[in-house]
Ligand binder design. Structure first.
Ligand code: MTE
Ligand code: MO
Length: 252
């Protein structure tokens, strides 16, 4: 389902000024993308093909394909007392922050997020540990929220900060603007038609369907637009990237 910008901006109660470039223009204009392209001197790179390949949709399945159980991996319940308190009250006091390199930082309640236009997608989750599961995810597109927050020119990456801590480090992940504006990149609040279960990342988790399981950040607290992720965690762009040397780009 298409989400119109006006509808989203209206439902969030933020101004409609400062219209941004389209997703592709924005990506092509980022310094990281430009330096990548400019650094390829002499080579003929067909960037239209490069970008459109990354923009291709992950396969979508039907209700008949759903896994009977969508298993959990990693954290099953964040231990932090802040999270426990929010959960005990059914996340009524939860807020998702969208900040960093944006002109209009947002702090959204679950009710606000649930009232936004949704994308529904039945996709296969692939974990590097060797299992897959098919689930139906539902939630607003990240692109719509980034547009509402008015991401600034210098933002090259979107970072997802999570509520759980493993080996004394908060879980986090990050993606570039191609994935951030991919149509199947959503902030999921529902799995298989029900509110997102605790074990799968309640109240909100990312679905970035062109990437592997560890990029699918659960227990979202904040979404931050950054120029670089060098100063976050150990500087490798994600929890497993820092701890175990997993690839930052986990495209599938
Ligand atoms: N916050 C957070 N996000 C996370 C993890 C985690 O432990 N904490 N595990 C990752 C891994 S390795 C996988 S495979 C998926 C598992 O998602 P699931 O628990 O819904 O199956 O979440 C990813 N996102
Ligand atoms: Mo995983």
């Amino acid at each position: 389902m298409m989400i119109t910008r006006r509808k989203l901006v209206g439902s969030l109660g933020v101004g409609a000024g400062g219209l941004l470039l389209s997703g592709c223009d924005r990506v092509a204009g980022t310094p990281a993308f430009r330096s990548f392209v400019e650094g390829a001197d002499g080579l003929t790179i067909d960037f239209t093909r490069l970008v459109s390949k990354r923009d291709a949709l992950a396969r979508e399945y039907t209700l008949a394909d759903l896994s009977p159980v969508f298993r959990a991996n990693g954290t099953r319940v964040p231990a932090a007392s802040e999270y426990q308190t929010l959960m005990a009250n059914n996340f009524a006091d939860y807020r998702l922050r969208i900040d960093g390199l944006v002109r209009q930082p947002l702090s959204l309640s679950l009710a606000q997020l649930r009232s936004l236009p949704v994308r529904t997608q039945i996709t296969r989750h692939d974990c590097v540990e060797g299992w897959s599961a098919i689930g139906e995810w539902q939630g607003p597109q990240l692109a719509a929220l980034l547009d509402a927050a008015k991401v600034r020119e210098g933002a090259n990456f979107i970072v997802f900060h999570c509520a759980d801590v493993l080996y004394n480090r908060p879980y986090y992940e990050s993606i570039d603007m191609v994935d951030a504006y991919h149509p199947q990149t959503i902030i999921a609040h529902s799995l298989n038609g029900e509110p997102l279960p605790e074990k799968n990342g309640a109240p909100l988790r990312m679905r970035i369907e062109r990437q592997l399981g560890y990029k699918q950040a659960k227990y979202l607290r904040a979404i931050e637009a950054v120029a670089s992720f060098d100063a976050i965690g150990q500087g490798n762009g994600g929890f497993w990237e820092d701890v175990a040397g997993y690839q930052w780009y986990a495209g599938i």
